[in-house]
Structures are given as C-alpha cells and as structure tokens.
Design a protein around this ligand. Structure first.
Ligand SMILES: [Zn+2]
Length: 522
C-alpha cells in the first residue's frame, strides 16, 4: 500500500499584534490534525507562518517610529516563539520575505503576466486601509467598512489587475461539482453568492504603487510597483512545500487542507482558486472555514482590546486545559463563546471529574488491590465486553469526525469511552469486592479492564491532549508504546501486558475554584 499524505495549513498571520485566541485556535486545530494523521502513519506536513507585508505593518511602524521590517520581524518572532513554547509543532514556519517565497511570487507573476492574465488599468474607489483593498457596495454598512467599522478613503490609482473574472464560470462549476470543497456548507453557499452577485467582484487589483507603499515584493515587470499583499500571501501555501518540483509536492498538494477564519473566506474561496487555475493547479482538497471566538459578544480583535493571550491562559490554567476547551467547545464553522467561567466549568466537568477521576480511581485501586501492576483478568463477561465495544465505536467515530473537521465530536466520542468505563466501575464496585477474598478474580478483571480502556483513551487523546495522554501512558507503564502507537492497531482491545508496573500520581487536573478565591474576597 502506498503511503498516504496529509498537508495542513494555517493562514499566515498578520504581524501587527501578538497571537490571540483566534490564531491559537487555528494553530491548535492544525496541530491536532497533523498529530492525528501522523498517528495514522500518514506522511504529514504542517505549514504556518506570518505575512510580513501589507499596509498595516507600515502603519504600526509609523506609529511606533520603527521600520516595517523591524516590526514584521518582531511580531513574526513572537508568533514562532509562542507556538514553540506551547508545543504546537510545525514542519515549516514561513515568512513572506523568505527568499524562496519572494522568488516564487515573482516567477508566478511573470508567468501569469506573460499568459495575458494581467492588465494595467485606472481605478477609483472606496479604499479601506484595514482591509488593504478597495471596497465594494456589499462591504459597506452606513458608509463604513463592514469589518472595521471605519469610513473608507476615496482613492484613485493606476494599477495592475489579475483578470480573475475570466475564471468565475469555471470556479462556480468547480464549487457546484465538488460539494465539500468549501466546508461547512454555509460558506460554500456564501462563496457561490459572491460569484453570482452582479455588482460584486471585479478583477483583482494586484499592485500598489511604491509612491504610497514600498513594503512588499516588487513586480517583476514594473519596478514602480509592489505586489498586493493577498496575491503574495496566498502563494505561501505553494512555497511551503516546494512548488513546483520538490519531492512530494504533488502528493502533498493533492491532500491540502486549508484552515481559515470566515473573515478571509473571499481571498481563499475566490482569489486563490482562480490564481491556481491560471497556473494550471487544482484547488486545495478542502477549504475549512471556521467561525469567530466571541468574547463579551464581540469578535476578538486588537482594535476592540478583548484578545485572549494563549500564554496568559497557559500560566493560569495549563495549556492543555485551554487547548481542550478550544477544541471541545467550538463546533467548526460556527461562532463560539469564550469566557473563563465557561472554560473552568468545562475543565472541571470533563477533565477533573470525568477523566481525572477515572485515572486516579483506577491507579489507586491497582496499587491497593493488585500490588501496583496490571492484574491478570478472568474471561470477559458482558460488562467487560461492553467497555471493549465502546472503544471500537469510538475508534471509528473519531476517525470519521477528525477527517470531517468535527473535532468537538471526536472528543465527545473519546469521552464516551471514559463515561462507559466510569459506569463499568460503578457496576463492578471493585472497592467492595476487594473485601471478599473469594472475589479477587473479579477485582482484577475490573482493574485490568479500566487500565486497558485508559491505555486506549490515551492513544485516542494523544493528538488532542498530547501531554495528558503521555502522562496517562506513563502512569500505566506504557509510555514507550504510546510513542510508537499507530492507529487503528494501537486501539485494538487487549494489548496491555499483565504485570506492567503502574504509578499513582497527583490529580491530573485539580478542580479549579470559580470564582477564583482572590476575586471572591475582593
Ligand atoms: Zn475594512
């Protein structure tokens, strides 16, 4: 069987502020997906990075008396260091001023220009600095930019245009005939509506005169201009895996999963596929569009000052808890609410009470009633078989949900195993049976069943909560096995070795008081 490939990308983030909850969410999803596909033995590549160009960087530099290059380097470094610190892995952290990217953008511009897909035109319109583009009627609400709530500037310019509209019939047809290309469905419908709207999208302005912006990649056919930031930025997805001729490029590109927020649907659903079509490449396999994290009923943004810092959350609650909340509470595609109270409720219910309790009960009783080693079970009866069946169900569901980008459901399916095992313990009551020396076999069977269920829970959880999974495996004495685990084999029932030494430990997730004690006394 040929090895399967998996390529996942985050957007390249703007370098005008520190990473917040929105960036963290997308990067955590990418990390969890990459870990899951690696666990399935697939050749996996995760690309993230930062967009170094664009007017917003220039604005921040001007405000801070700095240079765009220094500002871009500073924030780009903050992103890379934050992901490193939080254990979010990537195969490449790309910056759009990396030499291979600059070269590729120029090569593609040259090709598209020579193919007659680019025209020079005079244009006048309403320009939003925040969006870095001219706005259309549908972008305006009461004369203000819908996204930025600021009035646009009137601007007139001669610029280069990519003749994007030529590709619209092809694109509409592609979206119609590939129903899950843009998912969830609501965004597919939104993209189709953008294409159909009469007054809507024209051709794409892809240049900025250097007289007003000289921060960007110079056009290879006119040195008075730099490239429009989106045309440059989108190409990073090709640079990252070595288009056109790096080994594995074709295989990876054929499996490409873009993760994007809904605010950048248009560039990804419209600009990007038409650009790819112009150079003869297929669109990515899926464009996966997620909603916003809402804090106090407002979208998170720098201008609103309601950003949630991932390192602050890590210091306060532990990163795995924050990561769990992000993955468990957002239904991919829909907006989701963040408050610390909601998060604490979730951590206490799922991680402290449910999972944490099962781990400590199992390992404490294994220490007390089985000498701290996985005991030999009797032949399974119906209750044991039910736990094993819950595992089989979860393995199938997790795979289906992860590949369908329904990570909250995948976690739900894993926690159904935890629930089933907790119910099983209540049924078998080994703490009572242990008082009767004739029932040692039943006690041992119960503890074996719980240890084995937890071993498989650790395997299934490892893409989502890698540190927690490793800790559970360490306490079960199967850390090395987890490191080498492959799905689906590793989730087959009955692999934990009788006699393996187990270790009790401190609670995995201590219950968090809410409201925090300091606040209560204030
Ligand atoms: Zn705007």
């Amino acid at each position: 069987m040929s090895r399967r490939y998996f390529y996942v990308t985050t957007p390249i983030y703007y370098v005008n502020a520190d990473p917040h909850i929105g960036h963290t969410y997308t990067t955590v999803v990418a990390d969890a997906l990459a870990r899951y596909h690696r666990l399935c033995g697939e050749h996996t590549f995760l690309l993230t990075g930062t967009d170094m160009h664009g007017e917003k960087v220039v604005e921040v530099a001007t405000r801070q008396g700095s240079t765009p290059g220094a500002i871009a380097d500073h924030y780009s470094g903050r992103f890379e260091a934050t992901w490193d610190e939080l254990g979010l892995g990537f195969d490449r952290f790309i910056r759009t001023n990396d030499p291979d990217h600059v070269k590729l953008v120029k090569d593609i511009l040259t090709r598209v220009h020579e193919a007659g897909e680019i025209e020079f035109r005079e244009y006048e319109g309403d320009y939003c600095v925040g969006c870095e583009r001219f706005l259309t009627d549908r972008d305006l609400v009461d004369g203000k930019c819908r996204d930025h709530e600021t009035p646009p500037e009137r601007r007139s310019e001669a610029n280069y245009f990519f003749l994007m509209t030529r590709h619209f019939d092809w694109l509409a047809d592609y979206i119609e005939t590939h129903p899950d290309f843009i998912r969830p469905e609501r965004y597919r419908n939104e993209a189709l509506a953008m294409l159909r709207e009469e007054s809507g999208l024209g051709d794409l302005c892809i240049s900025r005169p250097k007289t007003r912006l000289d921060w960007g990649i110079e056009l290879p056919f006119d040195t008075d201009y730099v490239c429009y930031v989106w045309f440059d930025a989108l190409i990073n997805y090709l640079t990252g895996i070595g288009y056109p001729d790096a080994p594995g490029f074709r295989e990876l590109w054929g499996t490409c999963e873009h993760l994007v927020g809904k605010d950048i649907l248009k560039p990804h659903a419209i600009f990007w596929p038409t650009m790819l079509h112009a150079i003869g490449l297929e669109p990515p396999r899926h464009l996966n569009v997620h909603g916003y994290w809402v804090v106090d009923d407002r979208k998170v943004s720098k201008s609103l000052g309601n950003m949630i810092s991932p390192t602050v959350m890590r210091d306060r609650y532990g990163f795995e808890s924050f990561r769990y909340f992000l993955l468990r509470d957002m239904s991919y595609g829909l907006d989701s609410n963040f408050t610390e109270e909601l998060m604490v409720g979730r951590i206490n219910a799922d991680l402290a009470n449910n999972l944490g309790n099962l781990v400590s009960r199992t390992l404490n009783m294994t220490a007390r009633f089985a000498g701290g080693a996985v005991p030999e079970p009797l032949a399974p009866e119906e209750p044991e078989t039910k736990v094993a069946e819950a595992v089989v169900r979860a393995v199938t569901l997790v795979d289906e949900y992860v590949r369908g980008l329904q990570i909250h459901r995948a976690l739900e399916a894993i926690f159904q195993v935890v629930d089933a095992t907790n119910r099983y313990l209540e049924l078998r009551e080994p703490w009572k049976a242990a008082k009767d020396p004739e029932r040692t076999g039943s006690v041992h069977t119960a503890l074996y069943t719980c240890c084995e269920a937890l071993r498989i829970v650790a395997v299934l959880l490892s893409p989502f909560l890698p540190e927690t999974a490793a800790e559970i495996a360490r306490r079960l004495g199967v850390e090395a096995e987890l490191a080498d685990a492959r799905l689906p084999e590793a989730a087959r029932w009955g692999q934990i070795q009788v006699g393996t030494s187990t270790h009790k430990g401190a609670p995995l997730f201590p219950r968090i008081e809410w409201p925090p004690p300091e606040d209560a006394s204030a």
